[in-house]
Design a protein around this ligand. Structure first.
Ligand code: HEM
Length: 411
């Protein structure tokens, strides 16, 4: 096992945050299954290893709560009670058989690709509204103007949060997400804010669920209340937890896709011309955006038992960071992987941006629609889209690939 200099073990070093592709790429060629003493876990960077772990839910667990339960102090657990109760019932954080049951009920509750596709006209209307309010030829932060509000508006509407509560829901979503997506902030403050928001958000969502029971509507809250499989229903706690997690899972991720993808297009304008010439290429273009600079650059699992892999032993209870961004740039899987090329014939599950296997992102069809509609509309409306500044920064996170701002001028 190759030991790296201490500073290069820091997943949050300025270099690793600015360019995770170079950071993980170096690991992939030198020590593809790497023990990181600072993070106290394994970093896995090759496409074949990342996918084989994702597909092996028998030996690798997603139950991060179970992991925390045996590793966090009692004080930490106590200070994060509401947050833990959300996570412990959430689809991304549980293993079969509980996961199988909950995922089936989610699908019954209208989370099928066909039902999500019916949202395309509404997504188009929201994108049009947001673009109408932009001033052409003036520098604008694309994230503030479009990529941040769009997924919040779309997911909030699908769920059925009343429009007048939009700002409150947005605030809670961001506060609860602090615990997952934001590093380099005082841990005590982060916990206190996330916990306070989690409590209020849970209470509010519970009151909406009870209202829908009395008076059903055409929204996801009602669909969750009524979702049934062979007499099995979702409990109120399960609905609350999974509704809140949908807001979090669908927000920053989609926002990152829209912004990271636009940046890739701006830096490769010939690819924009390809989409302008043949609008049908937009689906392939979005897959390439997902591969090239994934919104979620890594996810985690932990080993349930000792597992041998490529001469390394991942011991039971050790945690593992699966570098999705690195799997997507593995030259053994993708020729010339550092080139942004929308003419690659990617199959939707070839890249790992939505993972593979039983936890495959349930919102993937919706995220794809939001990206297709956004880019198509932008490229139709504006003949020129340029960066207003080359000075770009990413939020310090080992998981999320989020620009702090994307200043552009469109005309
Ligand atoms: C580009 C946008 C998105 C990306 C990159 C993304 C990425 C991911 C990833 C990587 C996972 C797997 C996590 C793991 O197993 O470790 C996941 C799961 C999930 N995502 Fe997404 N997501 C996106 C958008 C959405 C949207 C819009 C929704 C819903 C509104 C959503 C809902 C979910 C749910 C419910 C799961 C859990 C599935 C399961 O565990 O069975 N996601 N997503």
């Amino acid at each position: 096992m190759r030991q790296l200099a201490d500073e290069s073990e820091d997943l949050l070093s300025p270099e690793a945050v600015a360019d995770p592709h170079a950071y993980f790429g170096q690991l992939r060629s030198r020590d593809a299954i790497h023990w990181n003493p600072l993070w106290n876990g394994w970093i896995v960077t090759r496409h074949k290893d990342v996918t084989s772990i994702l597909l092996d839910h028998e030996r690798f667990s997603s139950d991060r709560m179970g992991y925390l339960d045996s590793h966090a102090s009692d004080e930490k657990k106590e200070s994060l009670k509401a947050l833990y109760s959300i996570i412990s019932l959430g689809l991304p954080f549980i293993d079969p058989p509980d996961h199988t049951r909950l995922r089936l009920l989610h699908q019954r509750a209208s989370f099928t690709p066909g039902q999500l596709a019916s949202w395309r006209p509404r997504v188009q209307a929201i994108v049009d509204d947001l673009l109408d309010s932009l001033e052409p030829e003036q520098p604008v932060d694309f994230i503030e103007a479009l990529s941040f509000p769009l997924p919040m508006l779309v997911t909030g509407e699908i769920i059925g949060f009343p429009a007048e509560d939009r700002d409150q829901v947005r605030h809670w979503t961001q506060e609860v997400a602090l615990s997952t997506f934001v590093a380099r902030m005082d841990a005590g403050e982060k916990r206190a804010r996330a916990e306070a928001a989690a409590k209020d958000f849970m209470e509010y969502t519970l009151s909406l669920i009870r209202a829908r029971r009395a008076e059903p509507r055409d929204d996801l809250l009602t669909a969750f209340v009524n979702a049934e499989h062979e007499g099995d229903l979702l409990s109120e706690e399960e609905i609350v937890s999974n509704i809140i997690l949908l807001m979090i899972a669908g927000h920053e991720t989609t926002s990152n896709l829209l912004a990271n993808g636009l940046l890739a297009f701006i830096r490769n304008p010939a690819q924009i011309d390809l989409v302008r010439r043949d609008g049908l290429m937009i689906g392939a273009a979005v897959e390439e955006c997902l591969r090239f600079d994934p919104p979620v650059k890594a996810t985690t699992r932990w080993a349930k038992i000792d597992v041998e892999m490529d001469g390394r032993t991942m011991k039971a209870e050790q945690k593992i960071l699966l570098a999705l961004a690195s799997a997507n740039r593995d030259p053994e899987q993708f020729p010339d992987p550092d080139r942004f090329d929308i003419t690659r014939r990617l199959t939707p599950q070839q890249h790992t941006s939505f993972v593979v296997g039983i936890h495959y992102c349930l919102g993937a069809p919706l995220a794809r629609i939001e990206a297709e509609v956004t880019y198509t509309s932008l490229f139709e409306r504006f003949s020129s889209i340029e960066l207003a500044s080359e000075d770009l920064e990413y939020k310090p996170s080992a998981i999320s690939r989020s620009l702090t701002a994307l200043p552009v001028v469109m005309s």
